[in-house]
Design a protein. Sequence first.
Length: 478
Amino acid sequence: MTTADRPRGRVSARVRILLWLLLVMTVALASVATTTRSILLRDVDQRVNELLVQEAGEFTNLQEEGVDPETGRPFTEPARLLTVFLQRQNADVHEELIGLVGRPGQSPRWLRQQREIAVALPLYKDADAQQEIFDSPSSSGTLERPSGEIRWAKVEVARYGAAANAAFVVAFHPAGEQERADEVFRVLLAISGVALLMTTGIAWVVAGRILKPVRLVRSAAAQLTEQDLTRRIPVQGRDDVAALAETFNAMLDRLERAFAAQREFVDDAGHELRTPITIVRGHLELMGDDPAEREETVRLVTDELDRMSRIVEDLLLLAKAERPDFVSPEPVQLAELTADVYVKARTLGDRDWQLAEVADLEAELDPQRITQAMVQLAQNAVQHTTAGQTIRIGSRADGASIELYVVDSGPGVQPQDTEVIFERFRRGTARRGARGSGAGLGLSIVRAIAEAHGGRVRLHPTEGGGATFVLTLEEARA
């Protein structure tokens, strides 16, 4: 089936697999990138908080326990305390350490480290931000400014005698750290895009290789016709797709056998029924008004119609042999079955019937089909023997299998006819006795019944002359 032959609006399995894979990959990669950004931003917040707490704690510790290095005594001036602390600290590039002596609005004195900070608008240049921080009753907080976010912490300096109020402020500008997290996020998105492109190409190739047997199955199904059922799918590997190909091939085998059986049935029926139909038509066309002639014609026509009926029944039976329900195995006592066959066979003709031996065991088989096969073998033996000749029927165990047999003392079978006689409408190149009324389907039916039981039918000469037919059932022994 080509792309043009595919029904409109139908998306191929290959495209659907690719789309689902891309969807899953996109969601997964986007989740990874977003989660990574969230983790990085959380780490930035945590580091900023730790830094603010650390700086505020160090200043508080110096205020409470530190001494002036010049005097060796506790600090008495807030300005001196702030100056010493700022000299000792090494601030981050996004961090500001600022001291204030005197409240804003009263000519306050600002103290800071003499170093540049990597932000657009430092806190020491933003008077409004300073005012808001120093006037805030809180010891920490966040300030949103046009230049970016400011995270800060404040420690008020206790009064030293009559000195003015003072405070220490540590401020951090997290925009730089957040920008690095965003940069990592963008890099991950770019890598994810490349990964998606590579995945698309690889998935397209891999999906094509995986679905190749499926396409072959579809192509084979589209090309199958009643006249050509020989196409098979090449099986590679041991995965589910290979199992699908094997199952499809097995289905084709069954279809081929079914169509072959159907064609064989039609051919056989047409071949075998043509002759009796011709005979019936010829006699009816030539039938005159003489009562004796009419009676003879009716007898001949009736005989041919009976033969046609038997042929049709036999052909239908052989056609059913391909169905799984052709036999219905059940536990059967082989000795009782053998005895029943012997009793039924004795009515087939005036022969020296003998029950040779019986196997005293239980077997899993279809008693009706096995009886049908054995009676057919007995009928075959009757047709090729004369009155008074011996026919023996029996059963025996042979290891894990069982055997049922019919032995006659007739003329036997020519070696070249050993396999031929089991084919439909074949009686061999040399007949062993007078011609019977059958159509050559009896032994074909026997073979079909044996094979349906997982066994086979064998023929070998009888000692002293004659033929021995043996039904061997390999898995029937219970």
